[in-house]
Design a protein. Structure first.
Length: 188
DNA sequence: CCCTGATTCGC
DNA sequence: GCGAATCAGG
């Protein structure tokens, strides 16, 4: 396969959308993620906002003079990274009331979170696919999202492969880390 | 171990 | 120009 205009288009588009190199490679077909990354470099794209490889680019020695333009607005921040950790691992079980061990204050009902419907739907789907692993099976790369009622046998951990560094799988990361816009005030 | 992107270098 | 191998990191 060669880099035709079309394929480069797709590459640019997807890269711009923040798709990973491997995803782009998969989409294009006939190329590896290395090929994609190589092309991205040659095209002069490369550093997107925040990524695992950002540090690699940062380690730079830069023996070359930097062409600085008196840009009034230097750092363009597409994404302020508006994320706030949501506390939700609230074990939920269909049709049963959660049992709390000792009658405790239980005050900070962390907030009756309103998770985005899509995220919830996503979770419900992957929940079916969960490995239903026990506490002992948890590893550094298994989703640690709790499912069910911890007070019963009806409890397990998602166990799906986690996504880059996060403690949860992709779907659960989605519900755990809500954009602050969506978890903004639930007025009144 | 899974994944990510970055860089190098023979082709 | 290309991309596999390698590197560096989460």
């Amino acid at each position: 396969m060669s880099w035709t205009d079309e394929r480069v288009e797709i590459l640019k588009k997807m890269w711009g959308e923040g798709q990973s190199a491997s995803q782009i490679a998969k989409e294009l077909g006939g190329v590896t993620r290395n090929a994609v990354i190589g092309k991205v470099h040659r095209l002069g794209l490369s550093n997107r906002a925040g990524s695992a490889g950002a540090k690699a680019a940062a380690k730079e020695k830069a023996p070359k003079a930097e062409a600085k333009k008196p840009a009034p607005a230097p750092a363009a921040k597409p994404q302020p990274k508006t994320e706030s950790a949501a506390p939700p691992p609230q074990p939920k079980v269909a049709g049963r009331r959660a049992i709390i061990p000792a009658g405790q204050p239980l005050p900070p009902q962390p907030s009756a979170n309103e998770i985005s419907p899509e995220a919830l739907a996503k979770v419900n789907e992957i929940e079916k696919k969960s490995k239903k692993i026990g506490l002992m099976e948890l590893t550094e790369r298994t989703c640690k999202w709790p499912v069910g009622d911890p007070a019963t046998e009806d409890f397990w951990f998602c166990g799906l492969p986690v996504k880059a560094g996060k403690p949860y799988c992709e779907a659960h990361v989605g519900v755990a880390f809500q954009p602050m816009s969506s978890r903004r005030d639930r007025r009144r």
